[in-house]
Design a binder for this molecule. Structure first.
Ligand code: HEC
Ligand code: HEC
Ligand code: HEC
Ligand code: HEC
Ligand code: HEC
Length: 216
């Protein structure tokens, strides 16, 4: 059923009405927050990281599963960036003298974490949870793109409210068997939306489209 408050062009309408809506929803959803927060337009954002870590090498060429490093992604709201110990599982032996790993070795010796720069960041007033998505069968690729082909991680989706709602209103094309969520190159042998619809019916999947679902 089409939602009269959020047609496809909702983003622009909402922006115009942001101040009004903010009063209606909660005092925290302010125009000030909207103006001050840049990331919703940061598609392409690729900050320079303290260590030249490559997903293309580790997740692509070496074939490491995302969960080897992002081990909380199925169990918690946060995906979490790995602790230095995880890197050192290999790098005590692999390239132990590489200058590119100097920061990692320092971190291991001192216990100070590597200061990774966050790429994706929602405003505090929007609630997001990885576990809910990953266990429902939404792949990392739907929201982060082909990370396994990226040397440096970049933001490929706007993470805007309109973007969230587009999938929440029609999730079927994005739902796959949950055990395949980290297989970013997975190609189904039939219409993905058909597979999605079956899983949605079997597991009673209903992403929230009401305001309080994401603004708690
Ligand atoms: C060997 C460990 C390792 C593996 C395997 C790995 N990652 Fe990462 N990931 C990291 C580290 C370290 C960072 C932080 C530095 C960076 O952004 O490159 C990170 C950052 C990210 C970010 C950006 C987080 C932010 O700041 O917003 C995303 C998204 C991500 N990884 C997704 C994936 C996906 C999807 C896979 C599987 C295809 C994967 N990662 C596999 C170690 C790993
Ligand atoms: C499962 C083993 C494994 C883990 C875990 C792992 N790496 Fe690696 N890493 C490798 C291998 C293998 C290479 C490629 C070595 C080569 O080129 O001969 C490599 C290469 C690198 C390089 C390039 C080094 C150079 O001199 O070319 C960096 C930097 C690096 N890894 C950082 C990390 C970081 C940071 C983590 C933790 C987030 C991590 N790695 C976790 C196996 C691993
Ligand atoms: C439905 C969309 C969606 C899916 C699916 C998804 N992510 Fe994310 N991811 C996000 C958003 C949105 C953020 C920013 C969260 C924030 O700032 O609160 C994020 C942030 C991250 C981060 C930074 C740490 C954090 O939790 O903020 C990592 C790492 C990450 N994602 C990895 C993954 C991996 C690995 C997968 C697949 C197993 C995955 N994500 C699946 C949307 C998604
Ligand atoms: C590609 C599809 C997709 C995208 C994009 C997406 N979601 Fe979802 N979302 C889902 C699905 C599927 C569920 C699971 C619903 C269920 O299990 O009933 C879900 C569930 C949720 C829930 C309910 C979780 C809970 O614990 O109750 C929240 C909140 C949520 N999403 C917020 C967001 C936000 C915020 C964004 C944008 C930053 C977003 N989602 C982007 C598909 C998506
Ligand atoms: C599926 C999740 C979701 C639902 C449902 C949702 N929002 Fe949002 N909303 C978001 C996200 C994500 C943002 C942007 C956060 C950011 O920029 O980091 C946002 C931003 C906003 C903003 C700030 C202005 C802007 O456009 O960035 C307002 C005001 C707002 N939402 C009101 C509402 C109202 C009113 C409803 C119900 C009619 C609603 N939201 C339903 C996820 C949602």
């Amino acid at each position: 059923m089409p939602n009269p408050i959020f047609p496809k062009s909702a983003d622009r309408i909402l922006r115009l009405g942001a101040a009004v809506a903010a009063v209606a929803v909660a005092g925290t959803l302010g125009l000030a927050a909207y103006m001050a927060h840049p990331t919703r337009i940061d598609t392409g954002y690729t900050p320079v990281q303290p260590v030249a870590f490559s997903h293309k090498l580790h997740a692509g060429n070496l074939g490491m599963d995302c969960r080897y490093c992002h081990s909380t992604v199925e169990k918690s709201g946060y995906a979490a960036v790995p602790a230095t110990e995880v890197c050192m599982n290999c790098h005590v032996r692999v390239k132990p003298d590489s200058p590119l790993l100097q920061r990692v070795r320092e971190s291991y010796a001192t216990g100070e974490p590597v200061p990774w720069v966050k790429v994706h960041k929602l405003a505090d007033y929007a609630y997001f949870n990885h576990q809910a998505h990953v266990t429902a069968g939404v792949s990392c690729v739907s929201c982060h793109g082909r990370v396994d082909q990226m040397i440096e991680v970049k933001q490929v989706q706007p993470l805007s409210m309109a973007w969230c709602l587009e999938c929440h209103r029609n999730p079927a094309p994005h739902i796959r068997p949950p055990e395949l969520v980290t297989r970013l190159d997975w190609k189904p042998d039939r219409d993905p939306a058909e597979i999605g619809r079956e899983l949605i019916a079997a597991k009673n999947i209903h992403p929230p489209v009401n305001c309080s679902g994401c603004h708690r």
